[in-house]
Write a protein that binds this ligand. Sequence first.
Ligand code: CTP
Ligand SMILES: C[C@](O)(CO)[C@H](O)COP(=O)(O)O
Length: 236
Amino acid sequence: MTPPSKQQFTVVVPAAGVGKRMQTDVPKQYLPILGKTLLEQCLDNLIAHPRIKHIVVALHPRDPYFADLPVAKAPWLTRVDGGKERADSVLAGLNVLDDEWVLVHDAARPCLPHQDLDALLALADGEQGGILAYAVRDTMKQADKTGCVAATLDRSNMWHALTPQFFPLAVLRDALTKALNAQAVITDEASAMEWAGQSVKLVEANPCNIKVTQPVDLMLAEFYLSKLLNNGRSNL
Ligand SMILES: Nc1ccn([C@@H]2O[C@H](COP(=O)(O)OP(=O)(O)OP(=O)(O)O)[C@@H](O)[C@H]2O)c(=O)n1
Ligand SMILES: C[C@](O)(CO)[C@H](O)COP(=O)(O)O
């Protein structure tokens, strides 16, 4: 029996998006960052962690790029077809697994510190899953239809949800399947678990773990990733 502290895990990486907000010719996961594609940097960072044993990457069924990457032939990687929305791509990955726990991590987040992953994986010693997150630091405004402030929100308990998100596989797969069948709005794995009435732990994490979404994000990710790599991937 493997002691909990040595247990290894599989990560589902949704990478089937088109990156509309990035306004680039190629999907953002194939943009260059520090000499590799964003997706390769993300996968390299995950598999470099000693407790990650396998990665299931969900790709667009007609993705013309991935097969040309060296990582496409990695023995620790499985490819599945993604779906219309991120949640559909994640579920496609979950459906090929039979592990006890599973991580889900965005391909667009290459700057994950291994110290934060360690903290998240510690949840496997119990039964409650959770997500990496960090507390909101700005005043939060709700906009009205005219683009003016409708309200200032209480930010005292507001957090930015990051990934990885880490849950017992069977519970997550059941919750996500039922939530999607109910046409619930699911933008992360935690929202499916919340929809199903499950408790989700917030694990405080480094805000450097940004999701490359708009053009300016790639420059910032390059800065954070260079710091992370110079520091052995543990933290900045
Ligand atoms: N149908 C989809 C949509 C998104 N994703 C993945 O989910 C992650 C987070 O989604 P997001 O940042 O929104 O990526 P895109 O959907 O590509 O971006 P956009 O909304 O700007 O098109 C990305 O790694 C993306 O590739 C996916 O696997 N399947
Ligand atoms: C999963 C996520 O990264 C958590 O913040 C986020 O919900 C993804 O949103 P997107 O619009 O699919 O990028």
